[in-house]
Structures are given as C-alpha cells and as structure tokens.
Design a protein around this ligand. Structure first.
Ligand code: FE2
Length: 480
C-alpha cells in the first residue's frame, strides 16, 4: 500500500492494517501467571484482506476472515497461530486447492466475524448468506459446514447457546430472501427448528436477543441497497430513512411459526449488538423483557468504509409485552461496543456486563480526518478503537474500567467462568480475555483480567510475536 492510499480508507491503515503472514510461535512469554485450570484456546476472528484492488471501495466488514488463537495448557502459553479461513478465493490467492464441501448460492466468503465451538466443532461464522467454515484445533480450515445438510440457506455471525438446553440459536438473513430465518441447532450439530419470518427491505440483522420465552428480532432501517450494489459499494447496505424501525417478539415455544410474532414500532436507530436480555414479571402480573444493548442513532447513512458515523451507547430497553411498548433509557455517556456477559447467564437475570470503551471523538467526517492527520503527525495510533474494558454493574448503575496504554488498543473481552458450574456460581467469578495492542512492544498481548478486579493489573499478559489487527469477536474454548 502506498502512502497515497492512506487517506482513502482508514480501515486499511494503522492498527486496522492487515497482516501479511501466517505465524506459528511456541512457548510464548508471559507476564504474571496464567491461572490453573485454563486449558483450551482463545480464538478471535476479524477481517484481513489479501490484496485490495480498490482501497477507496474497501469496507471493513468485507475482508476475508483471519482467526488469531492462543493455546493455553497447564499454566503455559503453548502457541500462537493466525490463519486465514480458506474460502475458495482465499485458497486461490494463497495458491492452494479449493476445499471440498457444501456451498450456498455460489457465495464464496471467508467468515470474518465470529468463531465459536459447538457440538465439538470450531466454526468461523459470518452473516448475509454465506456458510460457516469448520476449523481444526490448530486453526486450519476443514471446509464449509452446513450442519450436516440440515441448514436451509446461509447462516449467521452471532449465535447464542441457551444454557438450559445447550441448543444453539441464530437468526440468519440474506439479501436475496424476503424473510429472515430463526434457526435452532441441537448439540448433535443438526438444525432442528426453523421459522422464516417475512420482512421488507432485506434488513441487516447482525444479532438478536433470547429470553426464556422469546426471540427478539431487530428489524431496523439498514437494508440491502441495489443502488449501492450497482455503484460498487464494498458493503451494499444503507440507511433506509423511510422504513419503520421495529422489534419483533417471536415466541420460542409455540408452533405458530412466524404467525406468532408480535412487532413493536420504535424510533429509528440501529443495533449491532445486544448485551443481554431477560424476563421479569410486572407488579400487575404482566411480562416485560429487559434488554441491554448498544444503540446507534443511525448507521450507513453516509459512512462508506465502516460503522463510524456516530457513537455507540449502552441502553436499557424495557419491553412491556402486554402493552406493546418499549422504554429506552441511556445507561452511560461513554461510547462502548462489543458487549458481553457471563454466557451462563444467557436468558437469565444478571448483574454484570462488559464492553469496550471507544474514543469519544473521531465519528463521522472527523474519523477519516483524524486518521489522515495522525498517520502523518504521529500521536495516538491510527485506528485506535478500544481505550479500555468496562465492567458495568447494571443493578447499581456503576462501572469500573481497565484502561490500556493510552497509545494502545484493546478489543472485545470474552468472559471465561472460573468454574464450569451453572448459574448459581458467582456471576463475576472468572476472567476476561482480550487482545490488546502494546505500543511499546509494537505487538499484541492476550490479556487475562480478573473480572472481580478488572481495574487491577492483568492476572496475565501473554506476549504474542505479532500484531493482531483490530477485529471482531471471539471465544474461549476450554478443552473438552
Ligand atoms: Fe458483531
């Protein structure tokens, strides 16, 4: 990339810049002490383009996925690996053979958004119609996965495991379909339930919420744009100011299919990531849903390269199911993204949530300008997204922060329970795993924070030999 390309696309520069090499490193140095019992892998996915024809047209969401993983065992950091997911085009660019396996509608995309383990398989996932890819335990790509032939179309980036059943829930969408698809997979890795919910405008539904009784759909005014596609937009989705924003309450239990869904209109906004959702009874015996999520005033109205036109805010939405009303309240003034909770609390009442605090400036036109200025003038790293990890006490309305180096960066923090126990275990008894760029070393650390002492020193920092570009989501996968 030449210097001339830099101003054209902040998502290809600085901490966002793709890495060129796949690295394998053993016996990683550690500061602090890796807690006993942490045997497994921390994997995180993110876009890592392999040659970009037109930097000005590149959208951050569209780079082929690269998974970065650290293997921990018996108190040691055994290895770090980073590997591209081998879609057909990635395999071709790397001079490798295409992998066998199912395809969906000729869509060829290396999932770049999330990585999880379910039913004994490690899956890299993405939304919009492409299939997940299965990885081996050393991050090699095994091939596309269609849930043993039971997946009717494409899949989803975000999934939730209901701790009560162990089932995997997802909401899939594809621009070509006039519906979105609620899917449930059993622990045998086969889809066992499917509800097609009619929608208009081919909405982007990045994530969803799950309570004991409901699936909550976010049908918001960002949708597929044929105009943008024809114009060659990197991501052909755009703000649809004419569209009514609404949330859908789809009953989980009944067999009424999509006919049982109830839509509630809300003011225009966009949501990539709910943090959590649970149900509670109202004093008069009604039902309400309490949802914590990250809200944007708008999305893809004018940003061409990434989701950076206005700041994300943590909100609580209280849904009065009987009255069909939503009360929305802001919980924090700081921009925050990548919300997570203790996964054992999925669908259950909970107290704590975690997120990444983002800079307060640099939204809209100023972000690109900031990149240009800082790329040439020094100062904070270009592409800094995470100033620290915030632990929210949602009951008391307080928070604590683990700040990283002011010139560093930190990504999503995944909660790792100290003991596998059920929801009776202390909710914050565990660790937070996050990749954090250390500007002093010029490389990335895997931070292991104590969730009960988040503002303290990391319990351990595993020093990787490379930079992990700013990316998306990941999970800790304990040895089975
Ligand atoms: Fe996401």
């Amino acid at each position: 990339m030449t210097d001339d390309d830099r101003p054209s696309n902040p998502y290809l520069t600085g901490l966002f810049a793709p890495v060129r090499d796949e690295v394998t490193a053993f016996g990683l140095p550690v500061t602090g002490r890796i807690p006993d019992g942490l045997n497994g892998r921390y994997l995180r996915n993110g876009p890592n383009p392999l040659g970009v024809d037109d930097p000005a047209a590149y959208h951050w969401f569209t780079g082929p996925g690269m998974v970065h993983g650290v293997r921990l065992r018996d108190g040691r950091a055994e290895w770090y690996r980073n590997r591209w997911v081998r879609s057909d085009s990635v395999a071709g660019q790397l001079g490798e053979k295409q992998l066998r396996g199912p395809r969906h509608q000729d869509m060829d995309f290396a999932p770049n958004t999330h990585v999880l383990r379910f039913g004994g398989r490690i899956l890299a996932t993405v939304e919009g119609g492409a299939l997940p890819y299965e990885l081996d335990e050393e991050l090699g790509t095994l091939g596309p996965y269609d849930f043993q032939g039971t997946l009717p179309g494409g899949f989803a980036a975000h999934t939730l495991v209901d701790p009560a059943s162990g089932d995997l829930h997802a909401v899939a969408y594809c621009w070509a379909y006039p519906y979105v698809e609620y899917l449930v997979a059993g622990t045998d890795g086969r889809i066992k339930r499917r509800v097609d919910v009619p929608v208009e405008g081919s909405p982007m539904m990045h994530d969803f919420s799950l309570t004991e009784s409901y699936v909550v759909l976010y049908d918001l005014p960002v949708g597929f744009s044929m105009d943008a596609a024809i114009a060659g937009a990197g991501l052909p989705y755009a703000w649809q100011p004419e569209k009514q924003a609404r949330i859908g309450l789809l009953p989980r239990a009944t067999d009424t299919g999509a006919g049982g869904i109830r839509w509630i209109d809300i003011d225009p906004c966009f949501v990539f990531h709910p943090m959590s959702a649970f149900e509670e009874r109202t004093p008069d015996g009604g039902l309400r849903l309490v949802i914590h999520l990250v809200r944007y005033d708008r999305m893809f109205a004018d940003g061409r390269h990434g989701p950076d036109e206005c700041p994300p805010r943590l909100e609580r939405w209280t849904v009065d199911v009987n009255a069909g009303r939503v009360r929305q309240e802001g919980l924090d003034e700081r921009p925050v993204e990548f919300p997570r909770i203790d996964p054992r609390r999925t669908t259950a009442r909970h107290r704590y949530g975690y997120g990444v605090q983002q800079p307060t400036d640099g939204y809209g036109d100023t972000r690109a300008a900031r990149h240009v200025t800082e790329a040439t003038a020094g100062g904070p790293p270009v592409g800094q997204m995470g100033l620290g990890i915030v632990k929210f006490d949602l009951e008391r309305g307080t928070s604590e922060v683990h700040r990283v180096h002011p010139d560093g960066d930190v990504g999503e923090a995944a909660f790792v329970p100290a003991e596998p126990g059920g929801p009776d275990a202390a909710e914050d008894d565990g660790w937070l795993f996050a990749y954090s760029f250390d500007p002093v070393r010029g490389a990335t650390d895997l931070l292991i924070l104590s969730a009960q002492d988040i503002s303290g020193e990391p319990v351990a920092a595993v020093h990787l030999p490379a930079r992990v570009p700013v990316g998306f989501h990941g999970n800790w996968m304990p040895d089975e």
